[in-house]
Design a protein around this ligand. Sequence first.
Ligand code: GRF
Length: 226
Amino acid sequence: MAPKTSTDRTTARLVVLISGNGRNLQAILDAVTAGALPAEVVRVISNRGTARGLEKARRAGVPTRVLRPRDYPDRAAYDAALADTIAAESPDIVALAGFMRILDSAFVQRFAGKLVNIHPSLLPRHRGLDTHGRALAAGDERHGASVHYVTEDLDAGPCLIQGSLRVADDETPDSLAERVMTRVEQRIYPQALAWIAEGRATWDDGRIRFDGRPLETPIHVDCDPD
Ligand code: GRF
């Protein structure tokens, strides 16, 4: 969200949720450091104490918090505690960056319009898991990643940006995953968050506006090598 004149904020407050390596988190932190993303990562939260992304956050001086599902009686209790922890940071943006849990509808509604995710496929193709293997099995000529607002339907909220690359002849799921991460995800997620932080991309009751106009189709970037 754009900095509000009613506060003395100069940058958007960003909370990032992770479960694993945190390579998207690292790209976000690097973009902040480079001045390309006018946001402050105010907290990184993980559902796993072993998530390697936690170390990346600590190295960048970002406060972390681990919330383990086993410490809560059920999903609703966990999601409520997670939501309270996030809300305590007064975030403008909540970014899911490899957070491997489905969030319940109360959570999604509480952060509607602030909650974004990166998914490693060209949505609506290949919702869910194993996207790279499924893109190969389907014979897709292009594959990539999407940044979308999170709604109650899994991986189905409106997309802000997609990046794609050509699938190579000798591609494996691992090589494709690596190329999509480094060439696409680490490029489009900081870009999407910058547009939101700058107020260029906004959420208007279930639709995205970009520079004030309804965004009819996601912005697309070609991430093939030159
Ligand atoms: C990424 O591929 C992301 O798109 C997916 O999970 C993976 C997380 O990787 N949702 P990392 O933790 O950012 O390294």
